[in-house]
Design a protein around this ligand. Structure first.
Ligand code: PLP
Length: 386
Protein backbone atom coordinates (compact mmCIF):
# COMPACT_ATOMS: atom_id res chain seq x y z
CA UNK A 1 0.00 0.00 0.00
CA UNK A 2 1.17 3.52 -0.79
CA UNK A 3 0.53 5.99 2.02
CA UNK A 4 -0.13 9.58 1.05
CA UNK A 5 2.00 11.90 3.17
CA UNK A 6 1.16 14.81 0.87
CA UNK A 7 -2.48 14.63 1.95
CA UNK A 8 -3.36 17.92 3.65
CA UNK A 9 -4.82 16.97 7.02
CA UNK A 10 -6.72 19.84 8.61
CA UNK A 11 -5.84 19.78 12.30
CA UNK A 12 -6.85 23.38 12.92
CA UNK A 13 -10.32 22.31 14.10
CA UNK A 14 -9.00 19.42 16.17
CA UNK A 15 -7.67 19.30 19.72
CA UNK A 16 -4.05 19.63 18.56
CA UNK A 17 -1.90 21.81 20.83
CA UNK A 18 0.35 22.54 17.86
CA UNK A 19 -2.53 24.01 15.89
CA UNK A 20 -4.47 25.60 18.75
CA UNK A 21 -1.67 27.64 20.29
CA UNK A 22 -1.52 30.37 17.63
CA UNK A 23 -4.01 32.34 15.51
CA UNK A 24 -5.39 30.66 12.40
CA UNK A 25 -3.14 32.51 9.97
CA UNK A 26 -0.01 31.03 11.56
CA UNK A 27 1.64 27.89 10.17
CA UNK A 28 2.76 25.87 13.19
CA UNK A 29 6.15 24.13 12.83
CA UNK A 30 6.94 23.89 16.51
CA UNK A 31 6.00 21.09 18.97
CA UNK A 32 7.31 17.71 17.84
CA UNK A 33 4.41 15.80 16.40
CA UNK A 34 3.83 15.39 12.69
CA UNK A 35 0.79 16.32 10.64
CA UNK A 36 0.59 12.88 9.01
CA UNK A 37 -2.42 10.59 9.21
CA UNK A 38 -1.47 7.52 11.25
CA UNK A 39 -1.40 4.01 9.80
CA UNK A 40 -5.00 2.77 9.42
CA UNK A 41 -4.12 -0.40 11.33
CA UNK A 42 -3.63 1.67 14.49
CA UNK A 43 -7.07 3.23 14.20
CA UNK A 44 -8.63 -0.16 13.47
CA UNK A 45 -7.03 -1.74 16.55
CA UNK A 46 -8.34 0.98 18.84
CA UNK A 47 -11.77 0.80 17.24
CA UNK A 48 -11.89 -2.95 17.65
CA UNK A 49 -11.19 -2.69 21.38
CA UNK A 50 -14.01 -0.17 21.62
CA UNK A 51 -16.46 -2.85 20.55
CA UNK A 52 -16.17 -4.29 24.04
CA UNK A 53 -18.44 -2.19 26.25
CA UNK A 54 -16.35 -2.13 29.44
CA UNK A 55 -13.20 -0.06 29.98
CA UNK A 56 -12.11 -1.31 33.38
CA UNK A 57 -8.58 -1.43 34.75
CA UNK A 58 -6.36 -3.29 32.37
CA UNK A 59 -3.24 -5.41 32.60
CA UNK A 60 0.02 -4.37 30.98
CA UNK A 61 -0.59 -6.14 27.70
CA UNK A 62 1.81 -9.11 27.50
CA UNK A 63 1.64 -9.05 23.70
CA UNK A 64 2.86 -5.46 23.69
CA UNK A 65 5.73 -6.35 26.01
CA UNK A 66 6.65 -9.38 23.90
CA UNK A 67 6.55 -7.22 20.76
CA UNK A 68 8.97 -4.75 22.34
CA UNK A 69 11.40 -7.61 23.14
CA UNK A 70 11.15 -8.99 19.60
CA UNK A 71 11.68 -5.52 18.15
CA UNK A 72 14.86 -4.91 20.16
CA UNK A 73 16.21 -8.26 19.04
CA UNK A 74 15.33 -7.81 15.39
CA UNK A 75 16.52 -4.23 15.08
CA UNK A 76 19.55 -4.17 17.34
CA UNK A 77 20.37 -7.82 18.15
CA UNK A 78 19.63 -6.80 21.73
CA UNK A 79 18.19 -9.54 23.96
CA UNK A 80 15.57 -8.08 26.28
CA UNK A 81 13.38 -10.26 28.49
CA UNK A 82 9.71 -9.53 29.19
CA UNK A 83 10.32 -8.90 32.90
CA UNK A 84 12.83 -6.17 31.98
CA UNK A 85 10.12 -4.09 30.32
CA UNK A 86 8.02 -1.54 32.23
CA UNK A 87 5.23 0.37 30.53
CA UNK A 88 5.31 4.09 31.27
CA UNK A 89 2.74 6.76 30.39
CA UNK A 90 5.11 9.04 28.48
CA UNK A 91 8.85 9.48 28.22
CA UNK A 92 8.92 12.74 30.18
CA UNK A 93 7.17 10.97 33.06
CA UNK A 94 9.63 8.10 32.66
CA UNK A 95 12.53 10.53 32.95
CA UNK A 96 11.03 12.21 36.03
CA UNK A 97 10.64 8.82 37.77
CA UNK A 98 14.30 8.18 37.02
CA UNK A 99 15.34 11.49 38.61
CA UNK A 100 13.31 10.47 41.65
CA UNK A 101 14.72 6.95 41.71
CA UNK A 102 18.41 7.46 41.05
CA UNK A 103 19.46 10.92 42.22
CA UNK A 104 19.86 11.37 45.95
CA UNK A 105 19.54 14.79 47.57
CA UNK A 106 22.73 16.78 47.09
CA UNK A 107 23.48 15.06 43.80
CA UNK A 108 22.78 16.11 40.20
CA UNK A 109 21.64 15.10 36.74
CA UNK A 110 24.01 15.67 33.82
CA UNK A 111 22.28 17.17 30.78
CA UNK A 112 23.83 17.79 27.35
CA UNK A 113 22.80 21.10 25.81
CA UNK A 114 21.09 22.24 23.69
CA UNK A 115 18.48 20.08 25.44
CA UNK A 116 14.87 19.08 25.02
CA UNK A 117 13.27 21.59 27.47
CA UNK A 118 11.61 19.11 29.91
CA UNK A 119 15.09 17.75 30.70
CA UNK A 120 15.65 20.92 32.71
CA UNK A 121 12.57 20.45 34.87
CA UNK A 122 13.06 16.76 35.79
CA UNK A 123 15.74 17.60 38.38
CA UNK A 124 13.93 20.66 39.76
CA UNK A 125 10.67 18.70 40.06
CA UNK A 126 12.60 16.21 42.14
CA UNK A 127 14.64 18.77 44.12
CA UNK A 128 18.01 17.65 42.85
CA UNK A 129 20.65 19.60 40.94
CA UNK A 130 21.55 19.80 37.23
CA UNK A 131 24.87 20.27 35.50
CA UNK A 132 25.41 20.89 31.82
CA UNK A 133 27.75 19.48 29.23
CA UNK A 134 27.34 21.69 26.14
CA UNK A 135 27.69 19.88 22.82
CA UNK A 136 30.22 21.55 20.55
CA UNK A 137 29.37 22.49 16.96
CA UNK A 138 31.99 21.20 14.56
CA UNK A 139 32.20 23.55 11.57
CA UNK A 140 33.77 20.91 9.35
CA UNK A 141 31.18 18.18 9.88
CA UNK A 142 28.22 20.53 10.61
CA UNK A 143 27.49 18.30 13.57
CA UNK A 144 27.38 18.70 17.30
CA UNK A 145 29.99 16.65 19.09
CA UNK A 146 30.77 15.72 22.67
CA UNK A 147 33.36 17.49 24.80
CA UNK A 148 34.44 14.40 26.75
CA UNK A 149 36.82 16.24 29.08
CA UNK A 150 34.04 18.53 30.15
CA UNK A 151 31.66 15.54 30.37
CA UNK A 152 33.88 13.81 32.90
CA UNK A 153 34.81 16.98 34.77
CA UNK A 154 31.14 17.89 35.23
CA UNK A 155 30.34 14.40 36.50
CA UNK A 156 33.00 14.80 39.17
CA UNK A 157 32.48 18.45 40.11
CA UNK A 158 28.67 18.24 39.89
CA UNK A 159 28.33 15.13 42.05
CA UNK A 160 26.36 13.54 39.24
CA UNK A 161 24.14 10.55 40.00
CA UNK A 162 22.43 10.26 36.63
CA UNK A 163 23.12 11.19 33.03
CA UNK A 164 20.21 11.83 30.67
CA UNK A 165 21.35 10.91 27.18
CA UNK A 166 19.19 11.93 24.26
CA UNK A 167 19.93 9.76 21.25
CA UNK A 168 19.01 10.64 18.52
CA UNK A 169 19.48 14.10 19.93
CA UNK A 170 16.70 16.68 20.04
CA UNK A 171 17.25 19.43 18.82
CA UNK A 172 20.57 18.90 16.97
CA UNK A 173 19.59 15.80 15.00
CA UNK A 174 22.75 13.92 16.01
CA UNK A 175 22.76 10.11 16.04
CA UNK A 176 25.69 9.22 18.26
CA UNK A 177 28.09 6.58 16.95
CA UNK A 178 29.36 3.51 18.73
CA UNK A 179 32.65 5.01 19.82
CA UNK A 180 30.96 8.10 21.28
CA UNK A 181 28.42 5.93 23.10
CA UNK A 182 31.11 3.61 24.48
CA UNK A 183 33.19 6.52 25.70
CA UNK A 184 30.27 8.23 27.46
CA UNK A 185 29.21 4.90 28.97
CA UNK A 186 32.71 4.14 30.26
CA UNK A 187 32.94 7.49 32.02
CA UNK A 188 29.52 6.89 33.59
CA UNK A 189 30.56 3.42 34.73
CA UNK A 190 33.84 4.73 36.15
CA UNK A 191 31.91 7.19 38.33
CA UNK A 192 28.91 5.00 39.10
CA UNK A 193 26.48 7.21 37.20
CA UNK A 194 23.15 5.74 36.06
CA UNK A 195 22.53 6.29 32.37
CA UNK A 196 18.99 7.14 31.33
CA UNK A 197 18.84 7.02 27.57
CA UNK A 198 15.92 8.76 25.91
CA UNK A 199 15.67 7.01 22.54
CA UNK A 200 12.22 8.24 21.58
CA UNK A 201 13.52 9.35 18.15
CA UNK A 202 15.39 6.08 17.51
CA UNK A 203 13.33 4.96 14.56
CA UNK A 204 13.31 8.25 12.68
CA UNK A 205 16.76 8.17 11.19
CA UNK A 206 17.98 8.69 7.66
CA UNK A 207 19.89 6.88 4.93
CA UNK A 208 23.29 5.67 6.01
CA UNK A 209 22.65 6.21 9.73
CA UNK A 210 22.38 3.56 12.40
CA UNK A 211 20.84 3.84 15.83
CA UNK A 212 22.53 1.91 18.63
CA UNK A 213 20.80 1.62 22.01
CA UNK A 214 23.58 2.39 24.49
CA UNK A 215 22.47 -0.46 26.76
CA UNK A 216 22.88 -2.95 23.90
CA UNK A 217 26.64 -2.36 23.82
CA UNK A 218 27.53 -4.59 26.77
CA UNK A 219 25.98 -6.26 29.84
CA UNK A 220 28.03 -3.90 32.07
CA UNK A 221 26.55 -0.83 30.38
CA UNK A 222 23.08 -2.41 30.46
CA UNK A 223 23.45 -2.97 34.21
CA UNK A 224 23.76 0.81 34.67
CA UNK A 225 21.11 1.85 32.15
CA UNK A 226 17.47 2.69 31.73
CA UNK A 227 16.37 2.90 28.10
CA UNK A 228 13.25 4.87 27.28
CA UNK A 229 11.58 4.11 23.97
CA UNK A 230 8.10 4.60 22.55
CA UNK A 231 6.01 4.10 19.43
CA UNK A 232 4.88 7.72 19.90
CA UNK A 233 7.20 9.80 17.67
CA UNK A 234 7.73 6.94 15.29
CA UNK A 235 4.08 6.38 14.46
CA UNK A 236 2.71 9.84 15.28
CA UNK A 237 0.71 8.75 18.32
CA UNK A 238 2.29 10.85 21.09
CA UNK A 239 -1.16 11.87 22.36
CA UNK A 240 -1.65 8.23 23.41
CA UNK A 241 1.26 8.38 25.91
CA UNK A 242 2.37 4.80 25.43
CA UNK A 243 6.05 4.39 26.32
CA UNK A 244 8.46 1.79 27.59
CA UNK A 245 11.34 1.68 30.07
CA UNK A 246 13.79 -1.18 29.56
CA UNK A 247 15.83 -1.89 32.70
CA UNK A 248 17.84 -5.09 32.70
CA UNK A 249 19.40 -4.87 36.15
CA UNK A 250 16.97 -6.21 38.73
CA UNK A 251 17.95 -3.83 41.52
CA UNK A 252 17.83 -0.79 39.24
CA UNK A 253 14.44 -1.94 37.97
CA UNK A 254 12.98 -2.38 41.43
CA UNK A 255 14.25 1.05 42.49
CA UNK A 256 12.65 2.54 39.39
CA UNK A 257 9.33 0.77 39.87
CA UNK A 258 9.23 1.85 43.51
CA UNK A 259 9.78 5.47 42.47
CA UNK A 260 6.85 5.20 40.03
CA UNK A 261 4.50 3.75 42.55
CA UNK A 262 1.50 5.95 43.23
CA UNK A 263 2.61 8.56 40.67
CA UNK A 264 1.49 6.75 37.57
CA UNK A 265 -1.73 4.98 36.73
CA UNK A 266 0.00 3.18 33.89
CA UNK A 267 -0.54 3.30 30.18
CA UNK A 268 -4.21 3.53 29.28
CA UNK A 269 -5.97 0.56 27.74
CA UNK A 270 -6.65 2.14 24.36
CA UNK A 271 -3.09 3.46 24.12
CA UNK A 272 -1.71 -0.01 24.56
CA UNK A 273 -3.81 -1.27 21.66
CA UNK A 274 -2.59 1.64 19.55
CA UNK A 275 1.04 1.03 20.50
CA UNK A 276 0.80 -2.69 19.82
CA UNK A 277 -0.74 -2.21 16.38
CA UNK A 278 1.88 0.41 15.54
CA UNK A 279 4.78 -1.89 16.40
CA UNK A 280 3.23 -4.94 14.78
CA UNK A 281 1.69 -3.51 11.66
CA UNK A 282 3.23 -0.09 11.09
CA UNK A 283 6.47 -1.20 9.39
CA UNK A 284 5.68 -0.24 5.82
CA UNK A 285 4.01 3.03 6.85
CA UNK A 286 7.15 3.92 8.81
CA UNK A 287 9.47 3.09 5.93
CA UNK A 288 7.50 5.38 3.63
CA UNK A 289 7.24 8.14 6.23
CA UNK A 290 10.98 8.13 6.81
CA UNK A 291 11.58 8.43 3.07
CA UNK A 292 9.16 11.37 2.97
CA UNK A 293 10.78 13.02 5.97
CA UNK A 294 14.21 12.54 4.46
CA UNK A 295 13.17 14.44 1.36
CA UNK A 296 11.69 17.16 3.60
CA UNK A 297 14.98 17.31 5.50
CA UNK A 298 16.90 17.77 2.25
CA UNK A 299 14.40 20.35 1.04
CA UNK A 300 14.81 22.42 4.22
CA UNK A 301 18.59 22.15 4.00
CA UNK A 302 18.74 23.16 0.35
CA UNK A 303 16.22 25.97 0.68
CA UNK A 304 17.96 27.52 3.66
CA UNK A 305 21.43 27.09 2.15
CA UNK A 306 20.29 28.80 -1.04
CA UNK A 307 18.01 31.49 0.37
CA UNK A 308 19.39 32.20 3.84
CA UNK A 309 23.08 31.33 3.55
CA UNK A 310 23.97 33.25 6.71
CA UNK A 311 22.01 30.73 8.78
CA UNK A 312 24.07 27.88 10.19
CA UNK A 313 22.46 24.44 9.90
CA UNK A 314 23.32 21.00 11.20
CA UNK A 315 23.59 17.74 9.32
CA UNK A 316 20.41 16.06 10.53
CA UNK A 317 20.99 12.34 11.00
CA UNK A 318 17.73 11.63 12.81
CA UNK A 319 14.51 13.32 14.10
CA UNK A 320 12.20 15.56 12.06
CA UNK A 321 13.66 18.69 13.64
CA UNK A 322 16.01 21.31 12.21
CA UNK A 323 18.16 23.36 14.59
CA UNK A 324 18.83 26.69 12.91
CA UNK A 325 21.42 29.18 14.10
CA UNK A 326 20.56 32.81 13.34
CA UNK A 327 23.29 34.18 15.65
CA UNK A 328 25.14 35.88 12.79
CA UNK A 329 22.04 37.55 11.37
CA UNK A 330 20.08 40.71 12.10
CA UNK A 331 17.42 38.72 13.97
CA UNK A 332 19.82 37.04 16.40
CA UNK A 333 18.02 38.51 19.43
CA UNK A 334 14.89 36.40 18.96
CA UNK A 335 14.43 34.68 15.60
CA UNK A 336 11.30 32.72 16.63
CA UNK A 337 9.42 35.91 17.57
CA UNK A 338 10.56 37.53 14.33
CA UNK A 339 9.14 34.69 12.23
CA UNK A 340 5.95 34.50 14.24
CA UNK A 341 5.28 38.18 13.83
CA UNK A 342 6.57 38.83 10.32
CA UNK A 343 6.12 35.46 8.57
CA UNK A 344 3.26 33.93 10.57
CA UNK A 345 5.28 30.78 11.13
CA UNK A 346 5.56 29.33 14.65
CA UNK A 347 8.91 27.78 15.55
CA UNK A 348 10.40 26.81 18.92
CA UNK A 349 12.49 29.46 20.66
CA UNK A 350 16.14 28.52 20.97
CA UNK A 351 16.48 29.80 24.51
CA UNK A 352 14.12 27.11 25.79
CA UNK A 353 16.85 24.59 24.89
CA UNK A 354 19.41 26.43 27.04
CA UNK A 355 20.02 30.08 27.92
CA UNK A 356 22.91 30.43 25.47
CA UNK A 357 20.81 29.44 22.43
CA UNK A 358 18.73 32.63 22.12
CA UNK A 359 19.94 33.08 18.54
CA UNK A 360 18.55 29.71 17.43
CA UNK A 361 15.16 28.27 16.50
CA UNK A 362 13.92 24.73 16.03
CA UNK A 363 11.82 23.94 12.99
CA UNK A 364 9.64 20.82 12.79
CA UNK A 365 9.56 19.58 9.18
CA UNK A 366 7.11 16.74 9.90
CA UNK A 367 4.37 18.09 7.70
CA UNK A 368 3.30 17.82 4.09
CA UNK A 369 5.61 19.35 1.53
CA UNK A 370 3.19 22.02 0.35
CA UNK A 371 2.81 23.40 3.86
CA UNK A 372 6.53 23.18 4.55
CA UNK A 373 7.30 24.95 1.32
CA UNK A 374 4.78 27.70 2.11
CA UNK A 375 6.28 28.19 5.58
CA UNK A 376 9.82 28.44 4.21
CA UNK A 377 8.68 30.85 1.52
CA UNK A 378 7.14 33.07 4.16
CA UNK A 379 10.26 32.91 6.31
CA UNK A 380 12.56 33.78 3.42
CA UNK A 381 10.24 36.60 2.33
CA UNK A 382 10.16 38.12 5.81
CA UNK A 383 13.91 37.80 6.24
CA UNK A 384 14.61 39.45 2.88
CA UNK A 385 12.49 42.48 3.82
CA UNK A 386 14.81 43.31 6.70
C1 PLP B 1 13.74 13.75 23.31
C2 PLP B 1 12.30 13.71 23.67
N1 PLP B 1 11.89 13.04 24.75
C3 PLP B 1 10.60 12.97 25.10
C4 PLP B 1 9.62 13.59 24.35
C5 PLP B 1 8.19 13.55 24.77
O1 PLP B 1 7.83 12.29 25.19
P1 PLP B 1 6.41 12.03 25.86
O2 PLP B 1 5.40 12.81 25.11
O3 PLP B 1 6.24 10.55 25.72
O4 PLP B 1 6.51 12.44 27.29
C6 PLP B 1 10.01 14.30 23.21
C7 PLP B 1 9.00 15.01 22.40
O5 PLP B 1 9.27 15.88 21.65
C8 PLP B 1 11.36 14.36 22.86
O6 PLP B 1 11.78 15.00 21.76
Amino acid sequence: MIYDFDKPIDRSQSDSIKWKAYPKDVLPLWIADTDFEVAPEIIAAIQERMNHPVFGYGVDNPELIETVCERMKRQYAWEVKAEEVTLVAGIVSGYNYACRAFVNPGRSVLIQTPAYPPFFTGPTNNRVGSVFNPLIYNLETSRYEIDFNDFEAKIVSGKVGMFILCNPQNPTGRVFNESELRRMAQICLDHDVTIVSDEIHAEIIYSGEKHIPIASLSPEIAAHSVTLIAPSKTFNIPGLSCSVAIIQDEKLRETYRTAMMGFSSGVSLLSQYGGLAAYRQGGEWLRQMNAYLESNRDFVYQTISAELPEVRQTKIQGTFLAWLDFSDTKISADPASFFLEKAKVALNEGKTFGAQYGGFTRLNFGTNRARLSQALERMVGAFRKL
